[in-house]
Design a protein around this ligand. Structure first.
Ligand code: KG4
Length: 340
C-alpha cells in the first residue's frame, strides 16, 4: 500500500497543504497573504489570523486536487519551526486535531530541512533528477543563509551560516529603502535584468571561514542612497535598475565566494540550492555557469518549490516517516530550532 502524506506549512505568511504518495506529488496548494504588502513586511498577528482563516479551505483543496480521501492518509507532516510562533501554532494544532480524528501519526519537520529536500519531490511527467549524497546545499531564504552538507535524507551539517542578517532580508530591506515594495527579492530580480551590475560598488564583508554577513552591505546601500538622494532627490527613480543590478551582483558574489570555498574544502561537487532566494534568476545562472566551468553536478529545484510550500514539508516528513519517526501529540512549535 502506498504511503500517503499530507504536508502542512504555516511558518510565515503562506498557508500551504500538499499531498504526496510514495514521494510523488499529487497536489500542492498555497494561499499567500496579501495583507502584509501595505506594511512592507510580515505582521505576525495578521499572519496568524490569516492562517486560521485559510487552513481548512487549503487542506480541503489539496485533498480534492490529489483525489485522496482524508481516511486514506498514512500520516500528517507539519512544520514545527523555525518561524513565527503564532503562525506555526495554527499549522501544528490543525495537524494534531486532524491526526487525532483520523487516528494517524503526525511527523514534525524542520522547515529548513524541507527547503533542502524539496529537490527530491517527484512529479508525473517530469524527469527525475536528484542529487546523490553527500551534496552541498546553499540554503538561502528570508530567515537563513547557510551552506549545508547533506549526507542522507536525515543527516545535515551546517558548514557555514550568516552571523547577522539573511540574504533574503538584504533583498527585502533594499527594496523597502528604495520604495519598491515587499517581498523585495522578486522586484529586485526583475529590475536588475534591465540594469548595469558593474555601475555601483558595495563593500564586501570579511568574515572568517564559510560564514556569511549581510548587515554591512545593507548599511552601505542605505548610506549610498541617502547621500545620493541629498544631491538629487530623483536619484533612485533615475537609477533603480542599475542600483538593483549592482546590489544583487554584490549579494550573489558574496554567496558564490563562500560556496566555491566550501567545494574546495570538502571536495564535494554535487551542488543544490533551496529557499526563497533560490528563485533568483541571476543566482541560478551563476551556479549553472560555475558548475559547467568546474565540473559540478548542479540541481536547481523548480521555482514553485523554492519559496515556502507544503510539498517540501510533505517530502521531508515522508523520509522521517519511513525511518519510523512519530511525533507525540503534546509537541509544541518553536520559533527557533538550534540545529538540524
Ligand atoms: O523561503 P521563503 O519563501 O521564506 C522563508 O522561509 O524565509 O523566502 C522568502 C525570501 C524573501 O526574502 C524574498 O524576498 C526572497 O525569498 N525571494 C527572492 C526571490 N524570490 C523570493 N530573492 C531574490 N530573488 C528572487 N527572485
Amino acid at each position: 500500500m502506498a504511503d500517503i502524506i499530507l504536508g502542512i506549512e504555516s511558518s510565515c505568511d503562506d498557508t500551504s497543504a500538499a499531498v504526496i504518495s510514495d514521494g510523488w506529488l499529487l497536489s500542492n496548494v498555497t494561499a499567500s497573504q496579501d495583507v502584509h504588502k501595505a506594511y512592507g513586511g510580515v505582521v505576525p498577528e495578521l499572519a496568524s489570523r490569516a492562517h486560521e482563516q485559510n487552513i481548512v479551505p487549503v487542506v480541503s483543496e489539496a485533498l480534492k486536487r490529489a483525489g485522496v480521501k482524508k481516511e486514506e492518509l498514512s500520516a500528517i507532516a507539519f512544520t514545527r519551526g523555525p518561524g513565527l510562533l503564532g503562525s506555526l501554532l495554527v499549522g501544528t494544532s490543525f495537524a494534531k486535531s486532524l491526526a487525532l480524528a483520523l487516528d494517524v501519526p503526525i511527523v514534525m519537520v524542520n522547515h529548513l530541512q524541507g527547503h533542502i529536500l524539496a529537490g527530491f519531490l517527484k512529479e508525473q511527467g517530469v524527469p527525475v533528477v536528484q542529487p546523490s549524497f553527500p551534496y552541498l546545499c546553499l540554503l538561502v531564504s528570508g530567515g537563513n543563509s547557510q551552506i549545508v552538507r547533506v549526507d542522507s535524507y536525515l543527516e545535515f551539517e551546517i558548514l557555514g551560516q550568516t552571523i547577522d542578517d539573511a540574504v533574503g532580508e538584504a533583498f527585502d530591506k533594499c527594496s523597502k529603502m528604495m520604495g519598491l515594495g515587499y517581498p523585495g527579492g522578486p522586484v529586485i530580480d526583475k529590475l536588475a535584468k534591465l540594469g548595469n551590475p558593474n555601475r555601483f560598488k558595495f563593500a564586501k564583508p570579511h568574515v572568517a571561514g564559510l560564514d556569511y554577513s549581510f548587515s554591512g552591505i545593507k548599511t552601505s546601500l542605505l548610506y549610498f542612497v541617502r547621500d545620493e538622494m541629498a544631491k538629487d532627490p530623483g536619484f533612485i527613480e533615475k537609477n533603480k535598475e542599475d542600483i538593483c543590478a549592482s546590489f544583487q551582483k554584490a549579494l550573489i558574489d558574496i554567496l558564490m565566494d563562500k560556496l566555491l570555498k566550501a567545494v574546495k574544502q570538502t571536495g564535494i561537487k554535487e551542488i543544490s540550492i533551496g529557499g526563497g532566494v533560490a528563485a533568483n534568476s541571476e543566482l541560478r545562472s551563476r551556479i549553472s555557469e560555475e558548475g559547467k566551468k568546474r565540473g559540478w553536478y548542479t540541481y536547481l529545484p523548480p521555482l514553485k518549490f523554492t519559496t515556502d510550500n507544503a510539498a517540501m514539508i510533505a517530502i521531508a516528513g515522508y523520509y522521517h516517516y519511513l525511518a519510523g519517526e512519530r511525533t507525540p501529540l503534546d509537541i509544541v512549535p518553536v520559533s527557533r530550532m538550534a540545529d538540524f
